[in-house]
Design a protein around this ligand. Sequence first.
Ligand code: TXA
Ligand code: MG
Length: 344
Amino acid sequence: MTATTRNWTVPEGTLDTPTSQQAVSEAALLLRQGCTVAFPTETVYGLGADATQTDAVRRIFEAKGRPSDNPLIVHVAEPAQLEPFVAAVSEPERRLMSAFWPGPLTVVLPVRPGSLSPLVTAGLSTVGVRVPDHPLALALLRCAGVPVAAPSANRSGKPSPTSAHHVADDLAGRIDGLLDGGTTGVGVESTVVRVDGGALHVLRPGGVTRQQLQAVLPELPIRDATAADAEVPRAPGMKYAHYAPQGRLTVVQPASSAADRSAVRDYIRAELRAARGRSERSGVLTFDEYKHDFDADVVLTYGPLGAPGQAAQRLYDALRAFDAAGAAVLFAEAVPESGIGEAS
Ligand code: TXA
Ligand code: MG
């Protein structure tokens, strides 16, 4: 395991400066040499390694403490980079790529046998690929010139990181490099899809919503592999917890009326009193409008009701903050809107 992690800071809008270009080319060189480098994407920070080198990919699993039967997403700078390792791209898949790339959509495609490390595909005959929508990620991928396997850059079982600070908390000293490009945008991971058998299977909900997918492929039925439907395979990663705070988290459904709202408030208040009775620390994630309703040890907010675009990122940040405060009993109010809220 590595002892020192190289750190580079590339502030937004500085990519064309010599210092930032130097940082990108040093990080890219580390990747080509088979080392691990964490970098920001538009969703979360990823922990990258050259997807063609098994020793490099193994270091991702070692650093994360992640079971190696979980396949990794491969990141490229543009679709042309898929050619050496993707066996075929169908017309609907091509339409998805041109509609959502760069962006938070991972498309599962047939892999050319032997072209990638078997650790990336976890022995499957497919590979999940995406082009991230982040200038620093794209610069790194372009400069490295190799396909980069990258799961979220957290220790297994911890929340996905949305800042270099989160990555360093989990992985400093366990990875070779960390490119700090500030906080990530959306905070929700990419939507993972597969076109198969005349349907679009959503293997993991994420930044691209079902409605957006349906608008691009109106002729294909969408099968939601995350619903309780035993017929449809789930993304293998879904058998592991994606967000696992130390405390016991209860997600409370949103109220649809004022009467419901008082029921939600009274329920959370009663649970907080019970937690205090057991001398357990508590945390609540709610909205600005409701924060004075709760007497928890840590009260955090998503911001005002009706700002769902930031909600997922606030949830990740809140889970980290609750952990840091040693909160054992956690309540998160669900975000009422459909759409991006479905991934949190
Ligand atoms: O936004 C994201 O997707 C972030 C950033 C870093 O790109 N990455 C990420 O990777 O969330 P990870 O490893 O935490 O999640 C990968 C997901 C898992 O649910 C995994 O099972 C699924 O993608 N996946 C990857 N390859 C697959 C394949 N060949 N077939 C089915 N699912 C696959
Ligand atoms: Mg993850």
